[in-house]
Ligand binder design. Structure first.
Ligand code: ZN
Ligand code: ZN
Length: 608
């Protein structure tokens, strides 16, 4: 008999303060067994759960395994109660635990990111002469994923093979996920390739793996394969496929997927619409992003944030800021991503004071704790505006340990503002944390070269070589007829020239006639002449991609290029000339922002 208003009277066990409302008139055993079971989900604290456990011990109800199972289950799954220590105590009381109990315990440990303990349970389970079932496998594999425990994951995989449960629908996706999280995407692919009839969940797992590992082409190829097999993609598939298009800057493909989304009823998902906004923004079509946003019936924080980020990345800083006001009016609460967009907007429009105001309101009005990314935005904001000393002070006084990226942001600013002395101080701070990043040597070396400090240039080059620091090669991609073509800087410098290189040679001649002067001071190569430096510069990845776009698309078509690093000054200048001479609009997305080149000018106003 249970009444919420009455008080627990479980004599003779004495508890400090009765909590749960159980009226018990005479003997404890009067509390029916099923009443006890139904009380468990009503526990609001570990103390209450212990009361029920105590009552079960006292009345010998605990000998019934279902009570303990339910208690353990509740103890391991309820976030407010969650105590694996207590759950394990109860578990140890059971002389012959069954597989369900093992699974419950393993799931509890996996959830708490105590993956090793979950593996210990597997060994214990085998000692009891029990065999793991498909549920055990998926729980253990999830635990290995979280812990990035590749060796343990392989052991679980092996056992699943031996026991013949490998073909279970739950095991495949978790295996793929485990290998991905352990950075072994080849093994993930091998698992997939061995499946005779992969289902959509398995496809989603591998597509997600590729997207996560920045292999969007592979992700999109699998999406096509999934359709050829007449499988119906889910909203998860659409999210991942859209993020792959965004990564590649593949607008044509993205538009086709948008049509697919409309035809197949995925428009109802707020997350899919948000992914569409992000895709359009990253593929350089702000108008399409706005149109998706305006057609949404329900807009959550993520949708607003995606739109704010889109405006900011395309240089419409004031529009991004006004969106925050509209968001407030719509009573949608901003989060840390919203403020990244806001700070980003301030940075790209040089709004230093406004940036400080928003940074402060983010903390004090909205209670958001700044992350390293927010600090990065502030350093960028100050650095771009030329307030280099303030930026240095800002990093130095941070409440957290600065990352090399923060200092690197300032180093770039020193590069664009020509401050050699501060640049040298900053690189020292970077080297204290990481001296393997070739890009740092290059920035400072270019800076020294422009100030004619050749001794420093040679010194930096030698140091870079001695320390084995490598520069990430520039890579630019362009989508033509739904195929994404990638170009790497230096392609063709040492190899046999192709038609594209000849075309680029001719193109540069034409640009020179119009007044373009190659900026060879940007070339980081020791002991080569100016002419060779020009060749290196000419075959930069973004120039190759733009030239390819010029050759393979009809006149007047907008050329959209995506670059993995910041666009270099020389390519930026060349793109302006190309847009003027050929009457082409060029939209270049670099790692920082969008550059819309039109009629010899760039939307960034050379402020990047
Ligand atoms: Zn370049
Ligand atoms: Zn620009």
């Amino acid at each position: 008999m249970i009444m919420a208003s009455t008080v627990l009277q479980l004599t003779p066990l004495s508890y400090p303060k009765p909590i749960i409302g159980i009226r018990q008139n005479s003997e404890p055993s009067l509390l029916a067994f099923h009443d006890l079971l139904s009380l468990i989900p009503r526990c609001a604290s570990l103390r209450e759960l212990k009361q029920i456990h105590g009552y079960a011990i006292k009345t010998h109800v605990k000998d019934d395994i279902s009570v303990l199972t339910k208690l353990i289950n509740f103890c391991t799954s309820n976030p407010t109660i969650s105590s694996m220590e207590y759950a394990h105590k109860m578990f140890d009381e059971i002389p012959n635990p069954d597989i369900v109990l093992f699974n419950t315990m393993a799931r509890g440990y996996a959830r708490l990111e105590n993956s090793l303990q979950a593996m210990v349970l597997l060994a214990q389970l085998l000692c009891f002469g029990l065999l793991p079932d498909d549920y055990t496998f998926s729980t253990l594999l999830k635990a290995c994923s979280r812990f990035k425990a590749l060796e343990e994951g392989k052991q679980v995989h092996c056992l699943a093979l031996k026991l013949g449960v490998i073909d279970n629908v739950y095991v495949h996706p978790t295996l793929i996920h485990m290998y991905t999280m352990c950075n072994d995407i080849d093994s993930a692919r091998r698992v997939f390739d061995k499946i005779s009839e992969p289902c959509v969940v398995t496809y989603n797992a591998l597509i997600t793996s590729y997207a996560r590992k920045s292999q969007p082409n592979e992700a999109l190829a699998l999406f096509r394969e999934l359709q050829e097999r007449d499988l119906k993609p889910t909203d998860v598939t659409m999210l991942v496929v859209l993020s792959s298009c965004a990564l590649l800057g593949a607008l044509g493909l993205g538009k086709w997927i948008h049509e697919y989304v409309k035809k197949n009823g995925f428009v109802q998902y707020v997350k899919v619409n948000t992914a569409l906004i992000d895709m359009y923004a990253k593929c350089g079509s702000l108008d399409d992003a706005v149109s998706v946003f305006e057609n949404m019936h329900v807009r959550d924080t993520q949708a607003w944030s995606a739109m704010i980020l889109a405006y900011a990345a395309h240089g419409h800083g004031f529009k991004a800021l006004s969106m925050l006001e509209e968001m407030n009016k719509a009573k949608v609460w901003p989060d840390e991503i919203t403020f990244l967009g806001i700070l980003y907007a301030c940075t790209h429009n040089g709004l230093v004071e406004k940036g400080y105001e928003y940074f402060s309101s983010m903390i004090h009005k909205y209670g958001i704790v700044p992350s390293i990314k927010h600090y990065g935005c502030m350093v960028d904001l100050l650095g771009r505006a030329g307030r280099l000393d303030d930026a240095y002070k800002f990093i130095d006084e941070l409440p957290i340990k600065p990352t090399p990226i923060l200092w690197r942001t300032l180093l770039s600013a020193c590069g664009s503002h020509g401050n050699v002395e501060l640049g040298k101080q900053v690189i020292q701070r970077i080297f204290e944390l990481d001296d393997t990043h070739g890009g740092d040597y290059v920035i400072l070396s270019n800076l020294c070269a422009r100030s004619g400090k050749w001794e420093d240039v040679n010194f930096l080059r030698k140091m870079m070589k001695d320390r084995g620091a490598v520069k990430v090669p520039g890579c630019s991609s362009i989508e033509v007829n739904n195929v994404v073509h990638e170009f790497f800087s230096g392609d063709g410098v040492n190899s046999t020239s192709t038609a594209l290189h000849h075309a680029l040679d001719e193109l540069v001649k034409e640009l020179k006639l119009a007044g373009y002067v190659p900026d060879t001071s940007l070339v980081f190569h020791a002991n080569i002449g100016d002419e060779e430096k020009e060749v290196v510069l000419r075959y930069h990845s973004e120039k190759l991609a733009i030239a390819f776009g010029l050759l393979s698309t009809p006149p007047g078509t907008t050329i959209r290029v995506v670059k993995n690093l910041r666009v270099c000054g020389d390519c930026h200048n060349a793109a302006k000339f190309i847009s003027l001479i050929f009457g082409r609009q060029i939209i270049l997305r670099d790692v920082q922002r969008f550059h819309h080149f039109k009629g010899g000018k760039c939307s960034c106003g050379d402020y990047w």
